[in-house]
Design a protein around this ligand. Structure first.
Ligand SMILES: [Zn+2]
Length: 258
């Protein structure tokens, strides 16, 4: 994967944040996704700041900036600097070698839950593993623009895949961009369901019992005899065709359309 490939992937990932609704409307210029350079783990690619139109759905590979793990700008287009909260990405990549992609957006349902002091509880299947236990909360609302605040957020994140930023947004991480984006999307969907549940039932509403979550997580694909029989017939089963593939394909088509 060349650096140009990484820039393309991050531009498409930025558009995916818009396609998923995580960065649209009043939040269409809020947020970013980054990807560590697989050929140089000491640098990463992310959107910058200083475009004529600065919204996630407009991002192109040539708009991307390359930064080091201190948040310094290594390269980017003329007139463009790092995004305001570049330290979110730099500090996570520095502290977590296992992380290759970071997402930061301002998802409204998740943010509202933190302001109300409420944890997200498991209410739907998607993202059930992520919210099985309460996610950590970084207790500040101000933008993360300094190393100190970036490191504090990383302390709150710990070894988890997501951290709330109280009254501000959230940060999710992953081994891949797909992991980081899907974690954010699933978390926000769970938060939305939590808000609906509270509206319908008040604070004493039910949640998916933990033993049922455990049973679900024990499931192994293609383990049952009828699938094993099919696998024996067809050989290697095709993988891919995921929701992520669809999103990236739609983003690529939008990019090609100009
Ligand atoms: Zn933010």
């Amino acid at each position: 994967m060349t650096l140009d490939d990484v820039k393309l992937e991050v531009a498409l990932g930025s558009r995916v944040l818009a396609l998923t609704g995580l960065a649209t409307g009043i939040r269409s210029s809020m947020g970013h996704v980054s990807l560590r350079d697989p050929n140089d783990p000491g640098r990463f690619v992310v959107k910058g700041r200083g475009y004529p139109i600065d919204t996630l759905n407009r991002m192109r590979p040539e708009n991307m900036v390359v930064c080091d793990l201190d948040g310094r700008l290594l390269e980017g287009p003329p007139g463009v600097v790092q995004c305001n909260e570049v330290m979110i990405h730099a500090c996570v990549f520095k502290a977590r070698p296992d992380v290759h992609s970071v997402v930061h957006v301002h998802p409204p349902y998740s943010v509202m839950m933190t302001v109300l002091g409420l944890p997200i509880v498991p209410l739907v299947l998607e993202g059930i593993r992520l919210v099985r236990k309460p996610l950590p909360v970084y207790p500040r609302t101000a933008l993360i623009t300094s190393v100190e605040h970036g490191q504090d957020m990383v302390k709150s994140l710990g070894k988890e895949s997501a951290v709330h930023l109280l009254g501000h947004g959230a940060t999710t991480v992953g081994k891949t961009m797909e992991d980081a984006v899907m974690n954010m999307w699933q978390m926000e969907n769970q938060a939305m369901m939590n808000c609906y549940a509270r509206s319908m039932m008040g604070g004493a509403h039910a949640q998916i019992p933990d033993n049922l979550i455990e049973e679900f997580l024990q499931w192994k694909p293609l383990a049952e005899p009828h699938f094993q029989e099919a696998v024996a017939k067809v050989g290697v089963v095709n993988t891919g065709g995921s929701m992520w593939s669809d999103l990236m394909d739609r983003a690529a088509k939008e990019l090609a359309a100009g």
